[in-house]
Design a protein around this ligand. Structure first.
Ligand SMILES: [Zn+2]
Length: 121
């Protein structure tokens, strides 16, 4: 009588049937993305990957923490609505990375279309 283990979205905690997906530890945060724009997106991201962000101390620490979490990408459970929201924000702040990858787009659409309300039925 093995029950199927319930799965929960790592971001919102909602139940979902989605399989693990390669995703960051946290979603994109508008406030942080606006900070990045304020200091110059290209410069901040280049500096980050090269090891030293040039920004006032307080925001510098926040940017490191934020970007470290965003770059912590591995297989995680995420629900359809969080994924959908994330794809919108990704297009808003970053160039769409996956627009030419039909297989990946179909895979993501498959996840987003799943009905999370019927979990466990
Ligand atoms: Zn979620």
């Amino acid at each position: 009588m093995a029950k199927r283990e319930k799965k929960y979205c790592i971001w919102c905690g909602g139940e979902t049937k989605n399989p693990p997906t390669l995703i960051s530890k946290i979603p994109l945060i508008d406030l942080m993305e606006e900070h990045i724009d304020t200091f110059g997106r290209e410069r901040i991201l280049d500096d980050y990957y090269e090891g030293e962000i040039q920004a006032p101390p307080q925001i510098r620490a926040e940017l490191y923490a934020y970007l470290d979490l965003l770059n912590d990408v591995k297989d995680r459970i995420i629900c359809g609505s969080c994924l959908e929201e994330e794809l919108k924000n990704n297009d808003k702040y970053y160039s769409p990375l996956i627009q030419d990858d039909e297989d990946l787009i179909n895979f993501i659409n498959g996840l987003v279309d799943k009905d999370d309300n019927n979990v466990g039925k």
